[in-house]
Design a protein around this ligand. Structure first.
Ligand SMILES: Nc1ncnc2c1ncn2[C@@H]1O[C@H](COP(=O)(O)OP(=O)(O)O)[C@@H](O)[C@H]1O
Ligand SMILES: C=C(OP(=O)(O)O)C(=O)O
Ligand SMILES: [Mn+2]
Length: 538
């Protein structure tokens, strides 16, 4: 049977300087990619159909190995620093030449797709990979053009993803054998040395974060869904705070789980699929996502599989805590087909606070919203074991997604501020971490309670509920919420020692203030009204 019955673009790989290859697999379908993947022994097909793969050494993103080429076209726009590290253009060309040499004689997989559901703002992305499974990942995560569009496809940006090509730092100017290098002038992203597929999707996100603000469109690290009345909600949050989990809500239509744009036409998804964490996934708490781990077409990264009966063990964290499922949006029963939504009525900032200080929900003023958006607070837990007494670490990640923000955070903050005012949006802070005492003592907020709080906020049920102003953070904490015990709403009440709570809250407020010093010169004085108030005695 022919293996080459697929649509390829007339814009061939020679245009990228890729010559003398093996077989080229253009835009292979899911089933064909399974076959190629199985033939190459890239992974195992599990019970009920997902493709299970391992990523080897790198089971998560490698932010320190990510670079942006320092060239005149983009130089003055980029937010240079720890996040966006400069890379020498000549070194880039050298590395690219070495990758082109590596590609000779190799079979390659090409997926041509869109990033951006709104045709006005989409970009054409070509993903070239040496493995079939990364090609399936790209196919699942991005938006599929139709047959005619594929024939005429000319990439705006091209990603060359070669996990088995390892850089030589002394020769290539990289930090290690892994690298993710974005070149805006060349419209090229080179990825090597790492198999973690998340690098592919987050590189595309970085590109859109660079391009869209120039068009007055806000790009956001958030999930999005739509209520029965057509009201859109967006959920900002760093990794692990609940964007994917909470946006998959049986009562709301899912737009997307991770990356969206907000233009004068409303919200649009950048992607066509989701990338969910599946460690200890509960079929009861997260039935929609759980089902995708039992569906043909899903790619499962680093999930344990019994090689004999091909059953999965979602509780097994021996390879990593960061086990993932990559699936198209159509795997979620009530997902949007268009990827579009109206201007949001509600914006949620998700934080996983490990100090037990933040309330499970609070309404923010416009100034507080700006302050918290620039702060991007969440917490990382130091130890992996509960009750070890190891101190959690506060993480401040501007715009709730600093690793992906190509421009200065104030660019995104200004756009958000304007959109919030123009569309009269309510902003909420939701703590999906610890509220009933600190990590090691308390326990994590239950998904059931978080969902009840979100339902109440999004349906307007919290509008008429009395709210108390938090003495330090100043935001408004509701006194009651249907389906949630009253005590849960006020973390101070759940601590054995209220004085210890006050001390911890002050400590956290100090961390906010220290972190915000980097922004005090660049933001409007008004935003400072959203800062925590240390002077007030509690
Ligand atoms: N109250 C809660 N709200 C949201 N997620 C929770 C909660 N409690 C535990 N979790 C777990 O935290 C993780 C959230 O991850 P995810 O939704 O993938 O985050 P993100 O998409 O923001 O990276 C999931 O594994 C989920 O099961
Ligand atoms: C894919 C990622 O994003 P998130 O955890 O936000 O889904 C990641 O950070 O690697
Ligand atoms: Mn996610």
């Amino acid at each position: 049977m022919s293996q080459t019955s697929f649509v390829g673009s007339s814009y061939g790989l020679d245009q990228h300087g890729i010559l003398h290859t093996g077989i080229l697999f253009w835009n292979l379908s899911t089933a064909a990619l399974y076959e190629e993947s199985a033939r190459r022994r890239e992974g195992l097909i599990s019970h009920l159909g997902p493709l299970v793969v391992r990523t080897g050494q790198y089971t998560g993103r490698s932010p320190n190995d990510k670079f942006i080429v320092k060239e005149p076209e983009s130089d003055r726009h980029i937010w240079w620093g720890k996040v966006n590290q400069p890379f020498d253009p000549l070194k880039f060309e050298n590395l690219y030449a070495r990758m082109l040499a590596y590609l000779q004689g190799r079979d390659l997989f090409i997926q041509d797709s869109y990033a951006g559901a709104d045709p006005n703002y989409r970009i054409c992305v070509r993903v070239i990979t040496e493995t079939a499974w990364h090609s399936l990942f790209a196919r699942n995560l991005f938006i599929q053009p139709n047959q005619e569009e594929l024939t005429n496809f000319i990439p705006d940006f091209t990603i060359i993803n070669l996990p088995n090509f390892r850089a030589v730092p002394d020769l290539d100017g990289t930090r290690s054998d892994a690298f993710i290098i974005v070149n805006f002038a060349r419209r090229l992203i080179l990825i090597g040395g790492t198999s973690y597929a998340g690098e592919i999707k987050k590189s595309v996100f970085t590109i859109l974060n660079y391009l869209l603000p120039h068009k007055q469109v806000l790009s956001m690290h958030c999930s999005a869904n739509i209520g029965a009345d057509g009201d859109t909600a967006i959920f900002f949050g760093l990794s692990g705070t609940g964007k994917t989990t909470l946006s998959a809500d049986p009562n709301r239509t899912l737009i997307g789980d991770d990356e969206h744009g907000w233009s004068d036409r409303g919200i649009f998804n950048f992607e066509g699929g989701c990338y969910a964490k599946v460690i200890r996934l509960s079929p009861v708490a997260e039935p929609e996502i759980y089902k995708t781990t039992r569906t043909f077409g899903t790619v499962l990264e680093n999930v344990a599989i019994n090689p004999t009966n091909r059953r999965l063990d979602l509780d097994d964290d021996s390879l990593t805590e960061n086990t993932r499922a990559a699936y198209p949006l159509s795997h979620i029963p009530n997902a949007s087909r268009t990827g579009l939504g109206n201007h949001p009525k509600n914006v949620i900032f998700l934080t996983a606070d490990a100090f037990g200080v933040m309330p499970p929900i609070a309404e923010l003023s416009k100034e507080q919203a700006m302050y918290h958006f620039l702060s991007g607070y969440t917490a990382k837990v130091a130890g992996t074991e509960r009750g070890m007494g190891s101190e959690p670490e506060a993480t401040f990640s501007a715009c709730f997604g600093a690793p992906f923000m190509a421009l200065h955070p104030s660019v995104y903050a200004e756009l958000l501020g304007k959109l919030i005012s123009d569309h009269n949006v309510k902003v909420w802070l939701v703590n999906t971490g610890w509220t009933s005492g600190p990590y090691g003592v308390g326990h994590r907020m239950s998904i059931r309670h978080t969902r009840a709080l979100l339902t109440a906020a999004l349906t307007g049920a919290l509008d008429d509920v009395a709210k108390e102003e938090d003495p330090i953070f100043g935001f408004s904490v509701p006194e009651r919420c249907p389906g949630v015990p009253k005590d849960v709403l006020k973390p101070r009440l759940t601590w054995h020692d209220p004085a210890a709570y006050d001390l911890q809250a002050q400590k956290l407020a100090k961390m906010f203030i220290k972190n915000f010093q980097q922004f005090t010169d660049v933001v409007d004085a008004q935003v400072m009204q959203g800062a925590p108030r240390l002077a007030i005695a509690v």
